[in-house]
Design a protein around this ligand. Structure first.
Ligand SMILES: [Zn+2]
Length: 261
């Protein structure tokens, strides 16, 4: 039964890549989300085709503007987002099964991937993506918590969210140029998401995030003279750490912390 659900997850993930591209392009500037879906950055000429919202939209994304001949800035970005979303959706099916949690974590994944791409490009974690993700994920997780009578998970999630928020707030106050407040808010959400599984999974998520951040940071410093004054967007690392923790956090915690269930 799980196999068809994995297939559904992959298909839905691929289909979401292109609508997510619209969010990435328009939310930071608070632009309208209505069509035309593809607008030329040079001359503003729009393309109304509904196909551009499907994977076939890659044709539109690769094509130069018919009016001024300008090429698209990121033709492969929606394709990459579609692939990442499909992989995470498939992983979520394996991890959570046909369960109420699945909807919550799929929704979370879409929000987190959009946030990460925007942070990579513009160094901001936009509230217009963050708060809808936080509230809808929380509502779904509380609903599934009530459905399964697993309220103890609910409390671990709340406590983990508050603790992560406060730790990141302390880092933000000590080194404001190193950690933006967007990352502080995001850490709270990720604490809730991993805390819903267990406190050990929260720890795995943040250790992986900081490990990846340090590794990539040092690599960039060595390779392209990335100065200490240039800030690294931290949301993608937090999100990657969270995905790893949600997927493999329990076995990793077992090895690291000799934690036995
Ligand atoms: Zn144009």
């Amino acid at each position: 039964m799980e196999t068809w659900l994995i297939a559904v997850g992959i298909v839905v993930g691929i289909l979401l890549g292109y609508p997510m591209e619209i969010l990435v392009e328009r939310v930071p500037g608070r632009e309208s989300l209505s069509p035309p879906w593809i607008v030329c950055a040079q001359c503003g000429t729009g393309n109304n085709s509904l196909w551009s919202l499907t994977p076939l939209g890659i044709v539109h994304h690769l094509r130069e503007c018919g009016n001024c001949g300008a090429s698209r800035a990121y033709p492969f970005r929606p394709l990459i987002m579609a692939a990442v979303t499909a992989v995470v959706f498939a992983g979520n099916v394996v991890r959570f099964g046909a369960h109420a949690d699945l909807a919550a974590y799929d929704l979370l994944a879409v929000g987190l991937i959009v946030l990460s791409v925007i942070d990579l490009e513009r160094m901001i974690v936009p509230v217009l993506v963050f708060y809808p993700t936080l509230f809808s994920f929380s509502a779904l997780v509380i609903a599934s918590s009530l459905l399964d009578n697993r309220l103890s998970h609910f409390w671990v999630a709340i406590i983990a969210g508050v603790v992560c928020f406060l730790i990141f707030l302390a880092i933000h106050i000590i080194v404001p140029q190193g950690m933006g407040f967007g990352d502080v808010r995001l850490a709270g959400l990720l604490g809730i998401a991993t805390g819903w599984i267990s406190a050990q999974v929260v720890l795995v998520g943040f250790v992986v995030a900081f490990g990846l951040g340090a590794f990539i940071g040092i690599l960039l410093m060595l390779v392209k003279n990335y100065g200490s004054k240039s800030r690294l967007p931290f949301a993608p690392f937090l999100v990657a750490g969270t995905f790893v923790a949600l997927m493999w956090g329990i076995p990793i915690a077992r090895v690291w912390l000799h934690f036995h269930y």
